[in-house]
Design a protein around this ligand. Structure first.
Ligand code: AMP
Ligand code: GLY
Length: 441
């Protein structure tokens, strides 16, 4: 079967790496991909949201399955585009319908869904210009800090956590006046939850589900979880506190009601559900849903899946996921993200990357890279890999312990160079216990 994977980041390189290993994969294409995906498949210069171009490509290249990496094509309805097109409708798209993608595309939708299905989450109120005074009263009824969320997609920047009540009220007014454009026409106010977070990934065919390895990501740019939010500076799987007892609660209280809730509301959902959880004194609550895999969590989750991913996705497409086996590597995998100097603010692109060949033990997943021709060099080897984004390369390693995996990734991170390279040297800092063996799924 020929497979088309949409997207261009570290998540997509990890997906491409795993899809390419399947004996069921003939040709793997990635649109648009990066320098890393080009090493395991064929990049095609098509934007993931250009549905007409995707259609043309799928039909001319006999694509048998489309796997969607990022949320944008899903929220814009690529699943429905295929279903409603006579020539495309037999070709499975791994990802939810536009309606299902609202779990990520609208925080108000997600909260209302959780209410309908008794899924534990923070108390909230959705506010528009029409009920601003109610919103202010809600903020006044809460203790600091105050949590304000733009309803719509805001490139990961739409959540504000504010310590001062007057400032929170001013921000609420600014959001309703368009500080995040249309995304903040509705604002979700939430009770602040104190706890430690983790990411649970569920693969579903709409009826059955598999819970993939649990991960924890590190979003802040600075060590000790300080400074600005980024797309993710590293990740760890498994997560020691997500033990059997905790995961049992997650499955019973959150995963099953989510999958059954989608089905009972006739929401087509055949793909990944990303559940952002917070552990409050041993009790799991949902912070957010996403309609895709996480990045950089994918760079630690997929290396722990021993089963054939294409076979699992066939189960999703054909509704027989329950018959498929999910085998998980018991070892720990960590990833450390190398980023461009200045990120998440302004940063330069096009910096040559060297030392990739030094990494003999471990996995490198490219996030923001591209191949560039070296001017004037007319031999076969006239390309170099250069930086092409804020997040550049995810350096993933296996280990029998968290410490061993981290040491390998830090050693590998040191041996790769590009101008302005930065990475956090404390990934996993809140999970490390000396000599702890991490053996939970
Ligand atoms: P979200 O985009 O909804 O995942 O929010 C981004 C981040 O804000 C989360 O990963 C949490 O760290 C934090 N956050 C969101 N909602 C809450 C909440 N109700 N209480 C505490 N922290 C929150
Ligand atoms: N790592 C969080 C996300 O992918 O949204």
């Amino acid at each position: 079967m020929n497979i088309l994977l949409l997207g261009a980041g570290g998540r997509e390189h990890a997906l491409a790496w795993k899809l390419a290993q399947s004996p069921q994969t003939d040709y793997l294409f990635i649109a648009p991909g990066n320098a890393g995906t080009a090493t395991v498949g064929v990049n095609v210069p098509i934007a993931a949201t250009d549905f007409e171009a995707v259609k043309n490509f799928v039909l001319t290249n006999e694509i048998g399955m489309v796997v969607v990496g990022p949320e944008d094509p899903l929220v814009q309805g690529i699943y429905d585009f295929f279903k409603n097109d006579a020539a495309l409708k037999a070709i499975p798209v791994i990802g939810p319908s536009k309606h299902g993608a609202q779990l990520e595309g609208s925080k108000d939708f997600a909260k209302a869904f959780m209410m309908r299905h008794n899924i534990p989450t923070a108390h909230y109120l959705s506010v528009t210009a029409k009920n601003l005074s109610e919103g202010i009263a809600f903020l006044k009824s809460q203790k600091a800090p105050y949590v304000l969320k733009a309803d719509g997609l805001a490139a990961g920047k739409g959540v504000l956590i504010i310590n001062n009540l007057d400032e929170a009220i001013r921000e609420l007014e600014a959001m309703l006046n368009g500080s995040f454009g249309k995304a903040s026409e509705t604002v979700v106010l939430e009770e602040f939850l104190a706890g430690i977070e983790c990411s649970v990934f569920v693969l579903t065919d709409g009826t059955h589900y598999k819970i993939l390895p649990v991960a924890k990501d590190y979003k802040r740019i600075g060590e000790g979880d300080t400074g600005l939010n980024t797309g993710g500076m590293g990740a760890v799987s498994p997560v020691p506190f997500a033990d059997k007892a905790f995961m049992h609660k997650v499955e019973e209280r959150i995963v099953i009601p989510t999958v059954e809730g989608l089905k009972s509301e006739n929401i087509d959902y055949k793909g990944f559900i990303f559940i952002g959880l917070i552990n409050v004194n041993g009790e799991p609550l949902v912070i957010e849903y996403n309609c895709r895999l996480g990045d950089p969590e994918t760079e630690v989750v997929l290396p722990r899946i021993q089963s054939d991913l294409v076979d699992l996705l066939q189960g999703v497409a054909h509704g027989n996921l329950a018959e498929k086996e999910l085998r998980i590597d018991p070892r720990t995998v960590v990833t450390v993200m190398l980023v461009s100097g200045g990120y998440p603010g302004n940063y330069a692109k096009g910096k040559p990357i060297t030392g990739l060949e030094n990494v003999k033990t471990g996995l490198l997943f490219h996030a923001g890279t591209r191949q560039e021709e070296i001017a004037g060099q007319a031999c076969n080897d006239n390309h170099q890999i250069v930086t092409n984004g804020g997040r550049v390369i995810a350096v993933s390693s296996y280990g029998d312990t968290l410490e061993a995996a981290l040491n390998q990734s830090f050693a590998n991170a040191n041996s790769i160079t590009f101008e302005g390279k930065y990475y956090r040297k404390d990934i996993g800092f809140d999970l490390t216990k000396k000599n702890e063996r991490t053996k939970h799924p």
